[in-house]
Design a protein around this ligand. Structure first.
Ligand code: CDP
Length: 788
């Protein structure tokens, strides 16, 4: 994309430095835990050691005797106000505090309120709870067997642990295509439960001012407006009206989808503040965060992919069990219980597809959040990219050639997928070719062949993924009925500086910089002169927040549309000042000049001053605009990643030697920020591919509930990422931009898994579930007789 502005103005395409960084680098960020109010109380939470148990008795006497402890809040206390249960974002229900039984290990059992964080923790240790353990259901397959203990006994008519069945696509056409295919490959793929593990855990400071009858909550939330509405709907009956609730989402230390849901701790803190009239702070510790907050993935998939023997893909059939824990608290658009999983035909021109998903209750924490991914797209991408590789190997065709043959071609866009999505634009072959050139694909295949002769294990893996981001068009996308538009409000001040507020909320993505760049592009006001604000429901326009890479596709588009309204008014003012008709003016970013007389001009700053001092009679003063943008379609970013691994025969350790990532997010606002997003995303893709997993033993004890055994990648495990991009603009986005924040997390695991299987295919290995840990690989090598 050609640059339209100078580096000083800093519009789209300039790698200007992040405006937020001086604040963060100098320790001047304000995170929730930095908020300290006079008279503030502290909340800590008693948690269940059992995964499923009746609560027989909660004895608070010893806790109340701890110096500094003021109160112990139980489910019985909340039940008096009907606040012991709350709705989830998927219209299920979830306990705030239990009255009868607990449903997972680490579930909240009671809240202890104290004058210091330490006293609260001592109080927690002194609360005595008597439990009666109940049979535990951990495996979702067993959860569906007849005779399995029914978990949701709170639901009167519930006779099993099945939550919902959802299917999409043409079953009959898919069955026919499968039956007619020359080759069908079938695989069971488990995508394990993982956690976003953001560096900042969740927390809030709730302050109910009894005099002003006003609740203010500083909160680690990615969606402040939606949370305000949910609070008003849930607690309206105890007098919390929406205009009396202010949610402030200050600086956030990573969200990745984990800070979308409402957690019980938030509600207990609010209830405690309303009851005491004092500010109440609740901040989780690391283990609470990992053990009790919403998880991601946990999809048990059976996939079948069909092709002709010359290597043309024909059909895809998928059946999935989605383990949701004890409540469906996923953060999906209402109409899509399995998120956007049905983008699972990926980058390939498949004529038939059918997908079925069944949600299941188990004794685990609730969730199913979109961990740095647009609602189950990672699961979809991992499945199709693994299956494509299996098919290529099965047919003896190079995986790169196989992809090239089956890609949707550039001239097929806009492309209607077999599962009903309308892909906006793409050039998949272009991205793969660039990745192959950059990594030296042909040479690597030669090297691999030589090494194989010597018995060395080297693999090359490709992932050519298509994402789907920018939820979403209001026809199909809502959360609890709230349509998924987003917003921007701009005020240009008399001296030509501006403030812009958004319904989204950055958690480290650099919105203060990139939104300012969009406005600089559209208005010619330098990005440094534009203040960007998000996260305060009293000042920002209503929007659905930041997750699922929707900020650029939706709020970024709103910024352009609001700026264009300002430009329209500015044109009328400039015409008045220059005494010409508005259509006689030529616009270049920052300046109107008279057609044919370029020296007769007015800058945007001149016009801004006139908007307050010398505007035409009959026109309202000021230079402001707001846009609520309802996108006509989603955007479909894509990329091709190639990974080279060496597998140690002795230990089973996988070393990522090289990783080339070519991304395409349409027109780029800030190349440096995009590169940063891709670097971070790749590391978050490496993590589940090789390291991270939360599992449970047969009685529901969590494994992976602390950083001792939930293994985050450090600089030592992280390879040097080699990045690049192609640019295929979105035809419907006002700036031609697509989202990018999640692409790398979505695309990377399959490239790594494909590389490892590629290294071992000749030994008879067809598939390895992620995380591909050294013990897993070592056992395979031992079974194949490669190592002892
Ligand atoms: O919703 P979220 O901010 O997480 O994701 P995004 O819209 O994909 O944007 C992530 C960051 O990359 C933001 O700062 C964007 O403005 C920036 N970006 C960009 O510079 N150019 C694009 N085409 C897409 C995103």
């Amino acid at each position: 994309m050609a640059l339209r502005t100078t580096p000083e103005v800093g519009g789209m395409g300039h790698s200007i430095k992040r405006k937020e960084d001086p604040r963060f680098i100098r320790g001047r960020g304000t995170y929730v835990d930095d908020v300290v109010l006079p008279g503030m109380l502290y909340l800590d939470i008693v948690r269940s050691p059992f995964a499923h148990a009746k609560i027989l008795k909660i004895d608070t006497a010893k806790a109340l005797a701890v110096p500094g402890v003021l109160a112990v809040i139980t489910g019985q206390d909340l039940a008096k106000y009907n606040l012991h249960w709350m709705p989830t974002l998927m219209s299920d229900t979830q306990m705030v505090l239990p009255v009868e039984k607990v449903m997972y290990q680490a579930q909240e059992v009671a809240g202890v309120l104290a004058t210091s964080r330490y006293a609260a923790a001592d109080g927690v240790a002194a609360v005595e709870v008597e439990y009666e353990p109940l049979p535990v259901v951990v495996d979702p397959k067993k959860a569906l067997l007849p005779g399995a203990p029914v978990l949701r006994t709170d639901k009167k008519d519930k006779k099993d642990n099945h939550i919902w069945h959802w299917e999409w696509g043409d079953r009959a056409a898919t069955d026919r295509a499968m039956a007619a295919a020359d080759v069908v490959v079938k695989e069971d793929i488990y995508i394990p439960r993982i956690h976003v593990a953001s560096i900042e855990t969740c927390g809030c400071v709730a302050h109910f001012d009894k005099v002003m009858d006003q609740l203010t909550v500083w909160m680690t939330t990615q969606a402040p407006h939606a949370i305000r509405t949910v609070f008003a709907l849930v607690a309206g009956h105890v007098g919390l009206a929406e205009h009396k609730i202010r949610i402030i989402s200050p600086d956030i230390g990573g969200g990745f989808g984990g800070k979308v849901p409402v957690y019980p701790g938030y509600v207990i803190a609010v209830a405690a503040s309303v009851l005491t009239g004092k500010p109440v702070k609740w901040i989780e510790d690391r283990m609470e965060n990992l053990q009790a907050d919403s998880f991601a993935r946990d999809y048990h998939i059976t996939a079948e992919l069909a092709a002709t023997k010359d290597g043309t893909l024909t059909a895809l059939r998928i059946k999935t069990l989605a383990d949701h824990g004890y409540a469906d608290a996923a953060a999906n658009p209402s109409k899509f219980p399995a998120g956007l999983f049905h983008v699972c035909t990926g980058s390939y021109d498949l004529k038939a597809a059918h997908v079925e998903v069944d949600g299941v209750y188990t004794n685990k924490p609730p969730g199913g959040i979109a961990y740095r991914c647009s609602f189950r797209v990672t699961e979809a991408v991992h499945t199709i990219e693994r299956m494509t590789d299996i098919m290529a190997h099965q047919l003896g065709i190079d995986p790169a050639d196989f992809r090239m043959k089956n890609f949707i071609k550039p001239e097929q866009f806009p492309y209607k997928s077999a599962l009903g999505w309308e892909y906006d634009s793409g050039n998949y072959a272009g991205a793969l070719k660039l990745a192959m050139d950059k990594i030296g694909y042909a040479d690597l295949r030669r090297e691999q062949a030589e090494k194989r002769k010597r018995g060395e294990l080297m693999g090359i893996g490709i992932s050519s993924f298509t994402e789907i981001v920018g939820a979403g068009p209001s026809k199909h996308f809502d959360i609890l009925g709230l349509k998924m538009f987003d917003s921007c409000e701009i005020r240009v001040h008399p001296t030509g500086k501006a403030i812009a507020r958004f319904g989204t909320k950055s958690q480290g993505q650099g919105h203060e910089t990139t939104y300012a760049q969009i406005l600089a592009e559209e208005l010619g006001i330098p990005a440094k002169d534009i203040q960007v604000e998000e996260g305060d429901t009293d000042t920002a326009p209503y929007g659905l927040g930041t997750y699922a890479s929707r900020s650029t596709p939706v709020a970024g588009a709103a910024a352009a549309m609001a700026a264009r309204k300002i430009q329209d008014k500015a044109r009328k003012i400039a015409a008045y000042l220059l005494e010409v008709a508005p259509e006689d003016l030529v616009w270049e970013p920052g300046k109107f000049s008279v057609k044919g007389s370029p020296d007769r001009s007015k800058t945007i700053q001149d016009v801004a001053f006139a908007a307050y001092t010398n505007h035409p009679q009959g026109m309202e003063a000021g230079l402001e605009a707001v846009s609520y943008y309802d996108p006509p379609n989603l955007t479909y970013p894509f990329g091709s990643y190639i990974c080279v691994v060496d597998v140690d025969k002795g230990t089973g350790e996988v070393k990522v030697r090289r990783f080339v990532a070519i991304d395409d997010c349409g027109n780029i606002i800030n190349p440096m920020i995009v590169q940063g997003q891709v670097h971070g995303g790749l590391t978050m893709g490496l993590a589940p591919a090789l390291l991270e997993e939360i599992s449970y033993d047969e009685i529901g004890n969590i494994q992976g509930g602390s950083f001792i055994d939930y293994l985050l990648p450090t600089a030592v495990e992280t390879p040097k990422w080699e990045t690049g991009h192609t640019v295929t603009p979105s035809p419907h986005h006002p700036l031609g931009a697509k989202g990018v924040g999640e692409s790398a997390t979505v695309g990377a695991p399959a490239a790594i898994a494909n590389a490892v299987v590629d290294a071992l295919w000749h030994l008879g290995v067809r598939h390895i579930d992620i995380p591909i840990t050294p013990p897993k690989v070592w056992r395979l090598l031992r079974d194949k007789g490669v190592t002892e």
